[in-house]
Design a protein. Sequence first.
Length: 396
Amino acid sequence: MTQRQSSKLALLFTMEIFSGLSRGSFLVCIGWTTLIVTNDVGRVGQAFIVSMLTMFLLGPFIGTIVDRHSHKWLVILAHLSIAMMLGWLGFAWVATAMPAIWPLFLIIAATSALRLMHNSAHDGLIQAATSPSRVMTTVARFRAVHLIATAIGTVLSGLVIEHISPASGFLFSAACSLVLCLPMLFIHAPKTAPATKTKPTFFADMRASFAIFTENRALRLLALLAAVSLPVGQLSNAALSSLVRNDLGKGSDAFGFVEGAWPVGGMLAAALLSLGLAGMTKRNMEYIFATLAGLATLGLSLAPSIPTLALLHAAMGMFVWLCRIVIDGRILQLTTSENVGRTKVGVEMAFSLAALIMCLSPTLAPLPSAAPYFMFWGGLVTLVALLIWAFDRKNP
């Protein structure tokens, strides 16, 4: 690794810390403020549905932008825009006597689109600063930093909101986005452009984003696996509280204990992959991790006690994040700088659509117990992951 690459990675890691702080604080602000303004817990779920719908609908447009422009300046543009919108929420929107909910939902949609732009451009910067043989380990270390920073951001913003005001939570998140831009200014990143002599039109590039997957079997399978396995975390967000309260008859203290087990599992996953153990990233490991994530999800439906539920939730978080990090690393190994944005966004679109379906399943098919949702989706993830694995082995 050259001195320039080392310096670039150090700046990107610094940026990742503030990205996690910004994202963690934003999630807390949105969840808490939506509940305060509407006094309706259902609106909180709708806020996250708006986010997933935005990523699905605007994905091709955003991916094309990422592949046609400088990754560095897109990250800066994304977070400057996020900071301005969150600043407006903190200074103007929360201060009104009866704030309307639609401006909040509009900003949630815009922020989701900008974070999708940031994530795709950011991974392009990682790819440019890392050799192919070290991509998987480097991605794992970035995800570990992001998870820890996100956890810290959620705690800090909760304290800020509790001891100062809801508006201060938005301002804290905005400040993190602004600070994130500073290390980006020192990163040398040439403008990304298609490799052809005659530059295609924007819409030609956008149409070509579908060809990236139709012409590359490995990427198709990764997108399908991501769509099936990774959204079980969103199912947990939608139905875990009901599982704790209605199925096991426990209170919010038990729910907090079980909910807190997920990030512990995710951090353990990132730490394991950060060690660079060859066996953790060898061929087909993503299928094994997805299968284990499905089994852990299925196990939640059978958990007889809170300690068992917490252990299974931690295992679920660990295997989902192991699968996610390996899929992210594979994508960066399989793509070039000219199409990394559209590829990453395509996988995120598949994830968002599946997550939307899983989150809406308790609404679309209401049941007296939450356990059947975990049993159904856990069983489906396990079955589909094994089928994709068998197909990949049969047709290498």
